[in-house]
Write a protein that binds this ligand. Structure first.
Ligand SMILES: [Zn+2]
Length: 309
């Protein structure tokens, strides 16, 4: 069957082919819509004409329907919340695992830094649970999750405090190491050791208070530790000499220089050039006479020049 529509605005009449499946669907939908509209209007008219008791009943039915819908929504929210809780529980498990790793790291740091273990509580048992535990156990009560998070937060706080303390201790250790004489002031061979030896000028047995390192004239002389230059000038026998106080009982002396570069009161760091080597004072050739003093007594510098930072 075909319906032909003729309108003034169209020159060609429009043909609706009821044999087409799409058109049939459209017509059916339009029909349904018309029927629906009629029913709603009918119901409205019926309600308007119905008695107050019927109106109240209808309202109650409406309310019941609303309550039913709300119950459904609530169930959905519950399901969503459970899903979120599960996700949170997994996250919590991951955080707990991280906390455990942090503990292990802190312990290793404490061992590496040879720090007193008693000060650090990295041995405390790792938190109950872990990634696998958390995903296997469903947290049904938010309180469980909340207390878990609180516990973890306080653990992180404690670990943070411990790690900061550890860091400052390690920093102090590094500063201490910078203050201790370490290595040679110049690269050269040791031509004379510390201790009793025949004096190179008169042959008398005398105590050599440092080591001599043979180097060409003008070789840069480096500070072997951080400190403050306390003397830069000429001392009897030493020639042009630099003395550095390292502030922790250590003092170093660099003698027979050709030129002094550092000046008294100057702060020097490890490796700073403080002088050029030479042969001033009682010296038979270009070398650095190097002394280490500890708590007011001259000591054998050999162990210090052979140590590494
Ligand atoms: Zn010497």
């Amino acid at each position: 069957m075909q319906i032909i529509l003729v309108s003034r605005s169209r020159k060609v009449p429009r043909t609706i082919d009821l044999g087409s499946r799409r058109i049939r669907w459209k017509m059916a939908a339009l029909g349904a819509l018309a029927v629906g509209t009629c029913m709603v209007m009918g119901a409205a008219v019926a309600l308007a004409l119905a008695s107050p008791r019927d109106q109240a009943l209808a309202q109650i039915r409406d309310l019941e329907r609303t309550v039913g819908q709300q119950n459904q929504q609530l169930a959905e929210v519950r399901r969503d919340a459970q899903r979120n809780l599960d996700a949170l529980a997994i996250k919590l498990g991951q955080l707990q695992a991280q906390s455990t790793r942090l503990n292990a790291l802190g312990e290793r740091l404490a061992q590496m830094g040879k720090l007193d273990n008693g000060e650090f509580d990295f041995d405390q048992p790792p938190p109950v649970g872990g990634v696998e535990d958390a995903s296997a156990t469903s947290y049904t009560l938010p309180q469980t999750l909340e207390s878990g998070i609180d516990q973890l937060a306080s653990q992180f706080d404690a670990q943070q405090a411990q790690l900061s303390a550890l860091q400052s201790l390690l920093m102090d250790a590094r500063i201490d190491s910078n203050l201790k004489p370490t290595g040679m002031p110049v690269q050269g061979y040791i031509s004379s050791y510390f201790g009793r030896r025949p004096d190179p000028f008169n042959g008398h047995i005398a105590r050599h208070t440092g080591i001599d390192i043979a180097v060409p004239l003008g070789t840069p002389v480096h500070a072997v530790a951080e400190g403050m230059v306390t003397f830069a000038g000429v001392r009897n026998g030493y020639g042009k000499v630099i003395e550095i106080d390292h502030g922790n009982g250590y003092m170093t002396r660099y003698a027979h220089n050709s030129k002094l570069i550092a000046h008294p009161g100057q702060r020097v760091r490890v490796g700073d050039v403080i002088a050029d080597a030479g042969s001033t004072g009682r010296s038979t050739g270009s070398h650095v006479h190097f002394e280490v003093w500890y708590k007011g007594r001259v000591v054998n510098p050999l162990a210090y020049v052979r140590s590494h930072r």
